[in-house]
Write a new protein. Structure first.
Lengths: 381, 176
């Protein structure tokens, strides 16, 4: 037995090839078979499935805003139509599809409108910190979330832009919000900013700010706090992830928000079964459906996962950046929805059936395994 | 690899399978650093494959595929680890170096010789995965911090302490 290992020897040992293992090989083969089946099913559903983004834990004390920036076809700042265009830019990128135009409100419609100065545009709702300017341009508000159009400009080029392969960049912001209808800072929720790169200094995107579990009034004011900017880029030395962090501590105050005309509605259920599992309510807006499940045993480590099937028995997918329990409904028949709440591990065991062409397989598995089920006719007033 | 990732993101199952096969050894080694038996390792890898395929469209940059895949694997290993009621303890004691893994048992299915397994069993439980990621899979400390969601200084510290402990163990005890 050697008495010492050099770093190189440790590397050699820990990167050695492993021997074949039948159990592992078999499980991998099973997974490959499922992947192939799912790929076939996905192709059939290609028209209705857009890019799906999954959220982070919904208990985060800050909003986590992420957007990917593609600069394959950069549009330079001088050529950009600034106002009202961000939702159009992202509609092809996200699961929600087209946001109802009549519901989009420009934040530049009131006096004073933005003015053009020699150094660039000045927005009504704007803040600058450490050379980075955040400008809010438009929003779309429902009873579940506010989708906020935002422009970010940096005096200096965003770092290491040129090192990024394919000119793609991932930016993460940490931010929070105060709302006038709740004295406490909005302490939960998050959203992804889906966006496009304008140039080395500029990004635009839409942030989904989650108001789940809150009763949003028709009009309110919001203060938007931005704390940190994380810019992720390729490690030039090897494949991997690096990021730089910028403190961008600033606040955009008194943003007037008014819910869109068709802001959505809430269907109260308020039902709990003998296992302490149930459903408080569902919330429906033109683009998403939120469920508010109940798990009275969460402190006793019963972890649950909720699934919603549309009227055709197809599983609804999460909305972009929305986290669990919020589903995109664009193109789906939600006249009737069925909510199932399962024990987490049980759901993980059956979730693969969701992409089977025969939707009854998944539904049957849910029927057999769910801790709670509720069929809801959403057309009833 | 990036072309394969893009194909996989467009739903090409064979491209995805090729990507997993290219990373199969890493997946096995990393899962081994975490889990105790081949069934658990097989389950973690299977779940990782399925999760990765389900979520691959959320991967913004193809270049991050490997880091992203390992992150999913670690999450699945953690779930299984917790499920087995094994306790993750980030403050280790020298006694914990002597784990219930035996090099001989794992060498049967993992390595052609005992060295790999013996080396891992000599490491503190919480340092095994870090060692594997750093030395075995050549991730940077920064990447490991990202993957494991821990502070980069913690990674540095655990590598340093692990090496020291390993050196002491070998000097004092030799083979178990």
């Amino acid at each position: 037995m050697k008495k010492q290992y050099s770093d190189e020897e440790i590397k050699a040992i820990l990167s050695a090839s492993t021997t074949d293992n039948d159990v592992i090989n078999q499980k991998m083969q099973e997974a490959y078979d499922i992947v192939r089946e799912r790929a076939t099913a996905q192709k059939k559903n290609e028209k209705t499935f857009r890019k799906v983004w999954y959220g982070l834990a919904s208990t985060a004390a800050v909003f986590v805003l992420v957007f990917a920036v593609g600069a394959t076809n950069p549009v330079w700042a001088a050529n950009i139509p600034i106002i009202g265009s961000i939702f159009q830019k992202v509609q092809e990128l996200w699961n929600y599809g087209e946001v109802p135009k009549e519901g989009v409100v420009s934040l530049e419609t009131e006096e004073p409108e933005y003015v053009t100065e020699s150094e660039g545009e000045v927005y009504l709702y704007q803040a600058t910190a450490n050379g980075v300017t955040f400008s809010l341009t438009e929003y779309y508000a429902t009873n579940q979330a506010v989708f906020l159009g935002m422009r970010i400009e940096s005096e200096e080029e965003f770092p290491s832009f040129h090192e990024i392969e394919e000119n793609n960049l991932l930016i993460q912001l940490f931010a929070g919000a105060d709302v006038s209808f709740d004295e406490n800072r909005l302490s939960s929720g998050h959203g992804y900013l889906e966006g496009v790169q304008i140039d080395e200094h500029t990004y635009e995107g839409v942030l989904r700010m989650d108001f789940k579990d809150m009763e949003i009034p028709e009009t309110f004011e919001m203060d938007f706090h931005i704390m940190d900017v994380y810019i992720y880029f390729a490690n030039p030395e090897k494949t991997g992830l690096r990021h730089e962090t910028f403190r961008a501590d600033c606040k955009i105050e008194n943003i007037p928000i008014k819910l869109s005309g068709d802001a959505g509605r809430v269907i109260e259920i308020d039902e709990v079964n003998g296992d302490g599992v149930g459903l408080a309510s569902i919330e429906i807006s033109p683009i998403e459906l939120t469920i508010n499940p109940i798990n009275e045993n969460s402190l006793e480590e019963l972890v649950t996962f909720a699934v919603v099937l549309d009227a055709e028995g197809r599983k609804l997918e999460f909305g972009d950046g929305s986290g669990e329990n919020v589903f995109a409904i664009t193109g789906r028949d939600i006249s009737t929805v069925t909510v199932y709440v399962c024990e987490w591990d049980t759901y993980m065991g059956i979730k693969g059936l969701a992409l089977e062409e025969d939707t009854s397989l998944f539904q049957n598995a849910l029927e057999e395994n769910a801790l709670y089920k509720k069929v809801i006719d959403t057309t009833e007033e | 690899m990036e072309l394969l990732v893009k194909k996989a993101q467009r739903g090409d199952a064979e491209a995805f399978v090729a990507l997993i096969e290219a990373n199969k050894e890493s997946l096995k080694r990393i899962a081994f650093s975490y889990l105790k038996n081949e069934e658990d390792i097989a389950d973690a890898i299977q779940e990782t494959i399925l999760d990765a395929f389900e979520h691959i469209k959320t991967l913004r940059k193809a270049v991050y595929f490997r880091t992203w895949l390992v992150r999913i694997l670690i999450n699945n290993c953690t779930k299984i680890y917790r499920k087995n009621k094994a306790q993750v303890n980030y403050e280790y004691t020298p006694e914990e170096v002597l784990s219930d893994k035996t090099g001989e048992n794992f060498a049967i299915f993992f390595s052609t010789d005992l060295e790999f397994c013996d080396l891992l069993t000599r490491l503190p439980e919480d340092s095994r995965t870090i060692f594997q990621l750093y030395f075995g899979e050549q991730f940077t400390m920064s990447e490991i911090a990202e993957i494991l969601q821990i502070n980069e200084n913690t990674v540095k510290s655990k590598i340093h302490r692990g090496k020291k402990l390993l050196r002491n163990e070998l000097e004092n005890g030799g083979a178990r």
